[in-house]
Design a binder for this molecule. Structure first.
Ligand code: NAP
Length: 544
């Protein structure tokens, strides 16, 4: 049987969970479908949001990378880093080279507030700040110098909690993390003493999760304060809905318990303070040359539950504003895009064309598919749904040469294997271990289990996957024989013809090794991120 060749664009959690689902689901088809998956990324490094979105002090969530690396090390998967869709290759190149393409490029752009002063120096998108402290290669390590004493963070989601925590926590606690050295030094030199986290609605409507919220109250040397009277569930919501949610909704009940606990606590006089405010919306960021204040308007719900401003204003004395009001996906050249939801129109992951019908061979997964919601583990079931649709299209698809396709959304059948060419990029042949599928390494342990929990995987999902993987391994033994990995794929031939040398998995391992060496030389933890694109390139480039 011919090998199905699939490209995944994006090596973050959505892309790598899709690669895993492809390998597993293709292996248990009857008969098993040989498959090769190329995972492309514009960056030279894999793991997307896990590497450049999860805060450095969230080590157990970051350890999801240990799980995802098993996917990348699977013999049917290859990493092609440093290949930019839209710059190096086009959508048509991908469609001509593969039987199917799964787009999983996430949501990298910030949403805007649309208020005066938003673009003043000192007003930043939280996405930029997150990218900076996570060492994203697109961001100059010197981009932030923290000379503000007082900072406002707009929004009450988990990103707001992350940026507030990184700003206010004692930087000495970050020494053992992988945070890059220039960023650590900027945090050590930080003048920030107060962070205000500001929600336009109340504690019952806040988006943060309880575990993340609770962590703020456990920071050493930090007083957490709630705006006077703002935790009162009835004061700004006469409908009684907020109070009802705090009784009936587990998420709201948990958050409210934490917030009302803080409200009843007297400040201990710590050197740093985090103030959580509710029912305030920003109307203007003030400043002549840079941010010097933030004007907020008191909000409330009216008797019929309609959200509105009251006209009552207050001004916060802040010198920096971080807008943490959600992420947006960016359109991919030529691919349909819904400008209202900032997602690719799709049905169970099948990309829909302008006529509402599936486009043959094109699929979408993750935040690009459903918007920036959920925890990292949410992408696992999401990707599995997309892959089910993809393989169903294959299973019900036409025979070679059948035209037209009997139903929209069907894949082309795998093309004949290309003639043997040069040897493919070096990579170790490692098979996903049975335990790995459930988020548990062979060593297992509480750390991995809690990572699975934080990633949003339930015990049932973990158990179901262990069984699924056992079935997969049996089927894969036969399927793998038909997959000739010593042959350059059509796409690799295309890259070669254009003089583009993708960053291989082996190159990535060189970057990892350099990060481990850096940690040793600095006397800091297990690894320290290389601080810039140039440093990354030096680690894997020619002569490294
Ligand atoms: P989010 O959860 O959607 O929160 C966005 C916040 O911005 C909400 O409080 C929203 O308030 C507010 N907002 C939106 N427009 C606003 C405006 N014009 N003025 C004032 N406030 C405004 O987004 P996020 O925090 O960026 O997180 C994105 C996703 O990543 C979430 O699913 C999150 O859970 C996940 N994440 C998870 C973790 C973790 O598990 N540790 C860490 C980081 C991120 P309204 O509700 O009133 O619109």
């Amino acid at each position: 049987m011919r090998t199905l060749e699939v490209a995944i664009v994006g090596s973050g959690p959505a892309g790598l969970y899709a690669a895993e689902a492809l390998i597993k689901q293709a292996a248990v088809l009857e008969p098993p479908q040989p498959i090769r998956v190329d995972v492309l990324d514009r960056l030279p490094t894999p793991y997307g949001l896990v590497r450049y979105g999860v805060a450095p002090d969230h080590k157990s969530i970051k350890s999801i990378a240990d799980y995802l690396r098993r996917v990348l090390e699977h013999e049917g998967v290859r990493f092609l880093g440093g290949v930019h869709l839209g710059e190096d290759v086009t959508r048509d190149d991908l469609l001509a080279s593969y039987d199917a393409v799964v787009y999983a490029t996430g949501a990298m752009r910030d949403r805007r507030l649309g208020i005066p002063g938003e673009d003043l120096p000192g007003s930043y998108a939280a996405t930029d700040f997150v990218n900076w402290y996570c060492g994203h290669p697109d961001v100059d390590p010197a981009a932030f110098s923290l000379d503000a004493e007082s900072v406002a963070v707009i929004g009450v989601g988990n990103v707001a909690v992350d940026v507030a925590r990184i700003l206010i926590r004692d930087p000495a606690e970050l020494r053992e993390t992988d945070i890059s050295q220039p960023v650590l030094e900027a945090l050590e030199a930080s003048k920030v003493r107060e962070v205000h986290v500001i929600g336009r609605r109340g504690p019952a409507q806040a988006k943060f999760t309880t575990k993340e919220l609770r962590e703020l109250g456990e920071l050493e040397g930090v007083d957490v304060v709630v705006g006077a009277g703002e935790h009162d569930l009835d004061a700004f919501d006469p409908t009684g809905e907020s109070a009802r949610l705090a009784q009936t909704d587990r998420h709201v009940r948990g958050n409210y318990a934490v917030i009302s606990g803080w409200a009843s606590r007297a400040p201990a006089g710590h050197p740093r303070r985090l103030t959580v405010r509710f029912w305030l919306r920003p109307t203007e960021i003030q400043g002549a040359e840079r941010v010097s204040g933030l004007i907020l308007e008191r909000t409330r719900l009216d008797d019929s539950g309609v959200f509105a401003g009251t006209g009552q204003q207050e001004t916060l004395d802040v010198q920096m504003v971080l807008r943490s009001v959600g992420y947006q996906s960016v359109p991919l050249l030529g691919l349909p895009f819904d400008q209202g939801s900032y997602t690719v129109p799709n049905e169970e992951g099948r990309v829909l064309g302008p006529d509402g019908q599936p486009l043959p061979g094109e699929y979408v997964a993750g935040w690009l598919k459903r918007g920036p919601t959920g925890v990292i583990g949410t992408n696992k079931s999401d990707a599995a749904q997309t892959v089910r649709a993809l393989l169903a299209d294959l299973a019900g698809g036409p025979g070679p040469g059948d035209v037209p396709l009997p139903r929209a959304g069907l894949l082309r059948m795998p093309a004949p294997a290309p003639a043997p060419a040069a040897t493919a990029a070096d990579k170790p042949a490692v098979v996903i271990e049975p335990g790995a599928a459930g988020g548990q390494s062979a060593a297992g342990g509480a750390g991995q289990a809690s990572a699975a929990a934080e990633a949003g995987l339930t015990a049932e999902e973990v158990a179901a996957e262990a069984a699924e993987v056992a079935a997969m391994e049996a089927a894969e033994a036969g399927a793998a024989e038909a997959t000739d990995l010593a042959v350059l794929s059509r796409f690799e031939q295309l890259l070669e013809a254009r003089g583009i040398r993708p960053v291989s998995y082996a190159d990535w391992l060189r970057i990892e090794a350099a990060e481990e060496e850096l940690a040793v030389s600095l006397g800091r933890g297990a690894r320290v991120k290389l601080p810039s694109r140039e440093h990354l390139h030096r680690a894997y480039g020619p002569g490294s």
